[in-house]
Ligand binder design. Structure first.
Ligand SMILES: Cc1cc2nc3c(=O)[nH]c(=O)nc-3n(C[C@H](O)[C@H](O)[C@H](O)COP(=O)(O)OP(=O)(O)OC[C@H]3O[C@@H](n4cnc5c(N)ncnc54)[C@H](O)[C@@H]3O)c2cc1C
Length: 465
């Protein structure tokens, strides 16, 4: 039997798609990826382990795929070698919600939205949350250590994971499905796999910690009066809101205008047309209106905001957040998108914007700069849209060099929460010293010596060490 015939036998009926029937699995937001021998859709850990062992025996690469919502070319083939895409879409069950321990065991292909709903049914919160929640899977969230809208309150996805079950590159299964808050019994191996973008193994089941529900949320949209004082406003929000502060998001005026134009169901929350807006959310078990009103007043008194509105109803609250979710710029601008997923220490957000926006205009005066994101986490999604003309390669290189350097000089990272994938792989090297890069290669070589897992992502195969 050929490799493909044996793979189909292991996977069983309904467990695979031929490439011609699976074009959606072989392309992502950046367009078509490379070819695959087949798209596997295993229905169990055992079937997946059997397939991976077969791939190991034949030297076939394995590309794990969840909802394929990543933004960094991570879950499709990119290298010229034989590969199988493994979709976790048939392993999507919520196995157990343990209310007494406040934990949840979930199969890796379960969507974030389904995990949130299962937790909410027990009065608990599954913390990972972002716009792609209906399609992105918990496996993808853990493999990318996703951030999103709840990091301020609960931390990143990594901080939610208590246990993992992983199919290793040789087909063995590591059952690390522990629900322990404390376990100092040696190297905490799960942390190697979390955020490894499918380059070390495949998650099949995960144990997450859950949190008490905070069913009441109320937000305000504000116009900062002076962007250099942005973090003074954040400090005030943290002081007044305390633990209730669950989001502090930056929205660019240009993004708000584009979203209002494109989505007629959205309504304009403030008459003021500003370059920047902030979306600040407080959440608790009971009403947060008084605390939010206190913040509102103090922010005006301190001269930190020039206009603001508090959501006065559930519909207004939903409108503010629907607006926020449409800040993804790729839907609004043509041309080449240059992208940075900026992370800087909190006190350097304003310095970053102050330097980055003029730098883009200086190097490409026809470029459209764009910045939005989770400033309360020190994270800004920064992009520049450039006309696709003959000057593009030189201007692209100059802009990457200037903005990357600026981020590193501010002590930051060009890869905050979306991950590295194939998109940031080569640029990411510039922010790590040779010792760190060497350690990463050693970890990869120890767990996946033949480089079968998601090749071409995160680390280059042929990189000289
Ligand atoms: C509208 C929108 C908003 C977004 N907002 C945010 C945001 O606020 N914060 C944020 O962090 N991200 C955000 N993202 C990015 C994206 O949703 C996340 O990266 C998400 O974690 C990807 O999950 P997925 O299931 O789609 O994974 P995929 O895209 O399928 O895969 C992502 C990576 O994980 C690996 N992988 C997937 N499943 C497994 C598995 N079971 N085992 C091992 N490896 C696996 C893949 O190989 C790949 O490397 C957004 C995306 C969109 C489209």
């Amino acid at each position: 039997m050929t490799f493909t015939e044996r793979a189909k036998t292991i996977l069983g009926p309904g467990g695979w798609l031929s490439p011609e029937d699976a074009t959606g699995y072989l392309a992502d937001v950046h367009g078509p990826g490379g070819a695959a021998l087949l798209v596997a859709r295993p229905g169990s850990t055992e079937a997946l382990a059997g397939l991976v062992a077969l791939c190991a025996a034949h030297g076939v690469a394995v590309i794990p795929q969840g909802g394929n919502t990543n933004l960094c070319r991570m879950a499709v083939p990119t290298e010229p070698r034989e590969a199988v895409v493994v979709s976790l879409s048939r392993m999507a069950r919520v196995v157990e919600v343990n209310t007494a321990a406040a934990t949840m065991t979930v199969e890796a292909g379960c969507t974030i939205a389904a995990a949130q709903e299962a937790a909410a049914a027990h009065g608990l919160v599954f913390a990972p949350d972002w716009g792609a929640r209906g399609t992105a899977t918990v496996g993808g969230a853990v493999a990318t250590n996703g951030g999103g809208l709840n990091v301020l309150r609960y931390g990143t996805t990594r901080e939610q994971v208590l246990g993992v079950e992983v199919v290793l590159p040789d087909g063995r299964v590591w059952n690390g499905l522990r629900g322990l808050i404390k376990d100092n019994s040696g190297y905490d191996l799960k942390h190697l796999f979390i955020g490894s973008e499918g380059t070390l193994g495949l998650f099949t089941r995960l144990v997450f910690r859950l949190h008490p529900a905070q069913p009441v949320s109320q937000s305000m949209m504000a116009v900062p009066s002076d962007m250099t004082r942005l973090m003074e406003l954040f400090a005030l929000a943290r002081e007044v809101g305390g633990e209730r502060l669950t989001a502090f998001e930056l929205m660019p005026g240009i993004g708000v205008e584009k979203a209002l134009e494109k989505y007629p169901a959205l309504t304009r929350p403030l008459d003021t047309r500003a370059d920047w807006y902030l979306l600040i959310r407080l959440s608790d078990r009971d009403s947060v209106t008084d605390v939010l009103a206190d913040l509102f007043e103090q922010a005006f008194e301190a001269g930190l905001v020039s206009d603001a509105v508090m959501a006065g109803s559930g519909a207004q609250e939903a409108n503010l957040w629907a607006l926020r979710e449409q800040m993804i710029p790729i839907q609004y601008f043509d041309g080449a998108m240059l992208k940075w997923d900026v992370s800087v220490p909190l006190d350097r957000i304003a310095a970053f914007l102050d330097a980055a926006l003029p730098a883009v205009r200086e190097l490409a005066d026809d470029a459209i700069p764009y910045a939005a994101g989770h400033v309360g986490d020190g994270n800004i999604h920064f992009a520049a849209f450039l006309p696709d003309d003959i000057r593009l390669p030189a201007r692209r290189a100059a802009l990457y060099e200037r903005i990357d350097r600026l981020i590193w000089d501010l002590g930051g990272s060009i890869v905050a929460e979306h991950g590295v994938g194939a998109l940031f792989r080569d640029r990411m090297r510039g922010q790590k010293d040779s010792v760190e890069i060497d350690l990463m290669h050693r970890v990869k070589a120890a767990l996946d010596p033949r480089g079968l897992m998601n090749p071409g992502k995160l680390l280059a195969d042929d990189e000289s060490r």
